[in-house]
Design a protein around this ligand. Structure first.
Ligand code: BGC
Length: 486
């Protein structure tokens, strides 16, 4: 299948002209934008909150960390909410929480109040990070699903960039941090109102036997009646096999769960948010002045956006694995360069710009690989009836490890040194590469239902393989390496 089924988002979009689908993805991905904005904005805002509230180190860490803890709780609740009140209304709810918590943060009268407001904001961030990719994946036709789901990641990184720019622009304004935090209410309103106007996910409707409504949504989104029957048949087939939450730890789903959880953990423990949340601090380590560190941070945000765009446009053409593997190699190389840079005064003297170059390479590599591929794959690899709890579990894990890594970074630097810290992340990157190369399947160009069936064949095939069925074993190997020519 591979490249023949691909063709890229723009190409497909032009061929099939689905304006409503793009409006829908854009509105849903506002949740991603807010996720990026609210996590990114604090790095600059904190510089001004600290003197305003005479915040201690613990309070400052809690202002960053409470959002991440809130996100863990939000992601946990959203698995249930997406089923019980639908993907659509869960997203409306998260939009409302974004608005309320952004305004509360902006008017906070002390550090403790701000910590509480950021926790509530985190509830919305965690919810949105889970429901947005799920909703988009369930509405998108398979040919452009990768690009559309990754469009959410695109909005995350645009949110981070806009946050960096807002921090930069407001740095001289009175009460600047209140503006920085409060401005998040604007896209929050757009998300809540926009989602009220959007339809339910057709898959969610069919799970409830509301087939006529599902058909109407599919026809509206795909702008054709042709092929809708077979798509509905696929969905019906999977819905008929519904199981319970307990099934996600059963043997049948275990290979998918291991892949999803590993992607969730590796995405964080390669250290991405040490760069996103601490970019100016790391740049200061390299000898930059405060002012150039802030400017360079904007540049890092921009690189993130540009390379995520490359991934969004090409993921459906070249497949997920190629980007994942290439990106991870880039992460390892850039972390090794940072390790060597901080270990050797000679290198620092001979090439003072090397660290900035390595950070740019690092961000670009994350942006084409682990960044979008994690969120995309967890929306693709699980069977429909287990998708909500399984995606929620992966998302919760991702936020929990985000919290862990962000809060050990500065302590790690004092324990292992700058060089040791980056070399440790490089070693983690190497482990990730081995895992991805051997365990992560290609999902490009398959319907969600086909992926489910193929993962089950793979499992059955493994048993057959042990019984000396080389043809099946070869077919599985072919599938797992993503070289399928079906
Ligand atoms: C990650 C975030 C990260 C962002 C950076 C996302 O995919 O989940 O933790 O801050 O990418 O671009």
């Amino acid at each position: 299948m591979g490249s023949s089924s691909g063709g890229g988002l723009i190409h497909k979009a032009r061929g099939e002209a689905k304006p409503f689908l793009f409006v829908l993805a854009a509105v849903a991905a506002l949740g991603g934008f807010l996720f990026g904005y609210d996590t990114g904005v604090i790095s600059g805002a904190l510089l001004f909150i600290k003197p305003a509230f005479h915040a201690t180190t613990l309070q400052q860490q809690s202002i960053i960390g409470s959002l991440l803890v809130g996100a863990v709780v939000g992601a946990a609740a959203s698995g249930y909410l997406a089923e019980a009140m639908s993907r659509k209304w869960t997203k409306v709810l998260s939009g409302c929480i974004y608005v309320a918590a952004a305004l509360w943060s902006a008017f906070a009268s002390g550090a403790t109040e701000l910590i509480a407001a950021r926790f509530v904001l985190g509830l919305a961030v965690g919810t949105a990070s889970f429901v947005a990719p799920m909703y988009i994946a369930e509405v998108a036709p398979r040919q452009i699903r990768g690009g559309l789901v990754s469009f959410n990641q695109m909005m995350v990184v645009i949110g981070i960039l806009i946050a960096y720019i807002i921090d930069f622009l407001f740095k001289g304004v009175a009460d600047n941090w209140r503006w920085m935090l409060g401005l998040g209410a604007v896209p929050g309103v757009a998300l809540a109102v926009g989602m009220i106007l959007m339809p339910h996910s057709p898959r969610w409707l069919m799970e409830r036997g509301r087939d006529d409504e599902a058909r109407a949504v599919l026809e509206r989104v795909h702008r054709r009646a042709k092929g809708i029957d077979s798509e509905m048949e696929d969905i019906r087939h999977v819905v008929a096999e519904e199981g319970g939450v307990r099934d996600i730890v059963r043997a049948a789903v275990r290979p998918m769960l291991i892949v999803g959880m590993a992607l969730a953990i590796f995405q964080q423990i390669v250290g991405i948010n040490t760069v996103i949340y601490y970019a100016p601090t790391i740049l200061r380590f390299t000898g930059s002045s405060v002012s150039s560190a802030i400017t360079q941070t904007v540049f890092i945000g921009l690189t993130n956006v540009v390379f995520t765009a490359v991934a969004v446009l090409l993921l459906d053409r070249f497949g997920r694995r190629a980007f994942l593997l290439l990106g991870t190699v880039g992460l390892i190389v850039s972390l090794l360069v940072l390790g060597v840079f901080f270990a050797s005064a000679g290198v620092r003297h001979a090439a003072p710009d090397l660290a900035l170059f390595a950070l740019i390479l690092y961000i670009a590599s994350f942006a084409i690989g682990l960044g979008p591929v994690f969120w995309l794959m967890i929306s693709e690899i699980f069977p429909l009836h287990l998708r909500s709890p399984a995606m929620a579990l992966c998302t919760i894990t991702n936020w929990a490890f985000n919290f862990l890594v962000s809060f050990t970074f500065l302590s790690l630097v004092s324990a292992l040194g700058r060089s040791g810290t980056f070399l440790l992340y490089a070693a983690v990157g190497l482990l990730a590469l081995v895992f991805f190369a051997t365990r992560v399947p290609e999902t490009n160009g398959r319907s969600l239902e086909e992926i489910e069936q193929q993962l089950q064949h793979k499992r059955r095939g493994k048993a057959l393989g042990r019984d000396d069925s080389p043809a099946v074993a070869a077919a599985i190997a072919h599938y797992v390496t993503g070289a399928s020519g079906e």
